[in-house]
Write a protein that binds this ligand. Structure first.
Ligand SMILES: Nc1ncnc2c1ncn2[C@@H]1O[C@H](COP(=O)(O)OP(=O)(O)OP(=O)(O)O)[C@@H](O)[C@H]1O
Length: 229
């Protein structure tokens, strides 16, 4: 359908996005376009609005103003349920604090979004995804029985299992030691390439940012600079 001369497909388009919570202006008019298959790093000081922007782009939070279009879906008219449906199977999210369900095993945590996305045989797929992140021997462990790096790998397996074309990661290596962190970064980029996914990654790590195609920097609720990595 797309010839070689076709313009690049825009996966994420934010226009003049604002966010106000508790009378605090958190995002003050953000414009951002991200191509399908592109990797983008968001840098910026603590409190500059990086996680808030990611929450809006990933459909976890509604913007107060402006427009957001992701995977050809206009978020504007969608309520919370609509946003959840829009995310399902299309968007993978890796959060710093993992958000694994504590009463479910590693395999169940990965199988749940597969089941919701209507995947046949979600448990077999979940086991294969955990195998791919080196956790084939931890399928039946609960999150509390896993190390921080192992929990992060479960969170990555869960996010990438449905094969989302868009992947968000908020400081995915924040709590990890150097070697584990390198392995996890390699894993995220490998899965991005395998799925030809768009990757948006918040990081304080310049080396990780440099692995992305493009870097934007936020300050005080604005994007203040943008460069090719
Ligand atoms: N529910 C809320 N009500 C009021 N202010 C909020 C709320 N949530 C976040 N904020 C404020 O919004 C600002 C941006 O927060 P955000 O988490 O997006 O920043 P960040 O750049 O991701 O920071 P960090 O690098 O520390 O994670 C912060 O000053 C924060 O205190």
């Amino acid at each position: 359908m797309h010839g070689s001369s076709a313009p690049p497909h825009i996966a994420i388009e934010a226009r003049n996005v604002t966010l106000s919570l508790s009378q605090t202006e958190i995002l003050k008019g953000v414009d951002l376009s991200i191509r399908q298959g592109e990797s983008l790093a968001i840098l910026g000081p603590s409190g500059s609005g990086k996680s808030s922007l990611m929450a809006i782009l990933s459909g976890l939070e509604r913007a107060s103003g402006g427009s957001v279009r992701v995977a050809d879906i206009d978020y504007g008219p969608l309520d919370e349920d609509g946003l959840a449906r829009a995310r399902r199977g299309r968007i993978g999210i890796i959060l710093q604090s993992f958000h694994l369900l504590p009463t479910m095993t590693a395999m169940e945590n990965v199988a749940v979004p597969l089941e919701l996305a209507g995947t046949a045989d979600p448990f077999t797929r979940a086991a294969a995804e955990l195998e791919a992140v080196g956790l084939g021997h931890r399928l039946h462990h609960y999150p509390a029985q896993l190390s921080g790096g192992e929990q992060q790998r479960v969170a990555i397996a869960r996010a990438v299992a449905p094969g989302p074309r868009i992947l968000f990661a908020d400081e995915p290596t924040g709590n990890l030691d150097g070697a584990t962190s390198d392995a996890i970064v390699d894993l995220i980029f490998a899965r991005q390439v395998a799925n030809d996914a768009t990757l948006v990654i918040i990081t304080h790590d310049p080396a990780l940012a440099a692995r992305c195609d493009r870097i934007v920097e936020m300050r005080d609720g604005h994007i203040v600079s943008e460069r090719v990595a």
